[in-house]
Design a binder for this molecule. Structure first.
Ligand code: HEC
Length: 213
C-alpha cells in the first residue's frame, strides 16, 4: 500500500518537473487541474532538463584516489623536516603539537613490540603507527579529508610533506628520508600484516564478491 502511494507520487513529481522544464508557468499544487481529456497521459519524461554531463576536468578533480600499492600517487617529494612547520600551522590545533595530545584523533604512537591488542581492549588508541596498514593511504586520506575545516586545500607537495612528517613522528622513517611516489609504497607499516582479505570477497561472491571457498 505504501509502495503504491510512493510510486504515484514519483510519477506526479516527474510530470510536474517536466512541465516546468518546458517553460510552462509554475502552479501551486493545490490549484493544479486534471489534464484535459485530449492530453496524453502523464508519464515520466526521459529527461528532467536539469544538470549536464560532468566534464573530464571535473571528473579528474574528483578522481584522486591513491591505492595501497601506490597507484595514483602524484608527482612530488618531501622530507619530514619540510612537514613540521606545515603540521604546526594546519594540523596541531586539532591533533596536538606532537600528534599525541588531541583534542581530535591521536595520530602518533606505537605499541610495545608492535602488538595488535585492539580486539581485546577497545580503549587502546589506534594511530598511524600502530594501526594503519599502508603509508600510501595516509597520503590519500590527508589529501581528501584534511584539514577537517578545509579539505582539498592542500597541494600535493604539502600532502607529501605532512605524510613524511607523520611517518617520522611515528618512527617509521628516518629524519632524512625522502618521500615520493616511488618510496612511499615501500614504507613498512607495523600493522601491514594484521589485516586479511574479507572472505566474503570481491565480485561474484555471496555478498557480491568471489568466495575463496
Ligand atoms: C578542525 C580540526 C582538524 C584539523 C585542523 C585537522 N584535523 Fe585531522 N582529523 C580531525 C578529526 C575530527 C578527525 C576524525 C575524522 C573521522 O573520524 O571521520 C581527523 C582525522 C585525521 C586522521 C585519521 C586518523 C585515524 O587514525 O583515523 C589523520 C591522518 C589526520 N586527521 C591528519 C590531519 C592532518 C595531516 C591535518 C593538517 C593538514 C589535520 N588532520 C587537520 C580534525 C582535524
Amino acid at each position: 500500500m505504501r509502495w503504491r502511494a510512493a510510486t504515484r507520487f514519483a510519477v506526479y513529481a516527474g510530470g510536474c518537473l517536466f512541465v516546468i522544464g518546458a517553460g510552462a508557468p509554475l502552479r501551486p499544487a493545490a490549484q493544479s487541474q486534471p489534464p484535459p481529456a485530449s492530453a496524453p497521459e502523464a508519464t515520466e519524461p526521459a529527461s528532467f532538463g536539469i544538470g549536464r554531463p560532468a566534464t573530464s576536468a571535473e571528473i579528474a578533480a574528483w578522481d584522486i584516489d591513491v591505492r595501497p600499492d601506490g597507484t595514483g600517487l602524484p608527482p612530488g617529494r618531501a622530507t619530514p623536516a619540510e612537514g613540521a612547520p606545515l603540521y604546526a600551522a594546519r594540523c596541531a590545533a586539532c591533533h596536538g603539537r606532537t600528534g599525541r595530545e588531541g583534542p581530535n584523533d591521536i595520530l602518533v604512537g606505537r605499541l610495545p613490540g608492535d602488538g595488535f591488542p585492539f580486539g581485546r581492549d577497545p580503549r587502546i588508541r589506534k594511530t598511524i603507527g600502530n594501526y594503519w596498514p599502508y603509508a600510501t593511504t595516509l597520503f590519500d586520506y590527508v589529501r581528501r579529508a584534511m584539514p577537517l575545516d578545509d579539505p582539498g586545500s592542500l597541494t600535493d607537495d604539502e600532502v607529501y610533506r605532512l605524510t613524511a612528517y607523520l611517518l617520522f613522528l611515528n618512527q617509521l622513517i628516518p629524519a632524512d628520508a625522502v618521500i615520493d611516489a616511488a618510496s612511499l609504497p615501500g614504507v613498512m607499516m607495523p600493522a601491514r600484516d594484521r589485516f586479511v582479505p574479507d572472505p566474503r570477497g570481491g565480485p561474484g561472491g555471496s555478498l557480491g564478491g568471489s568466495s575463496p571457498r
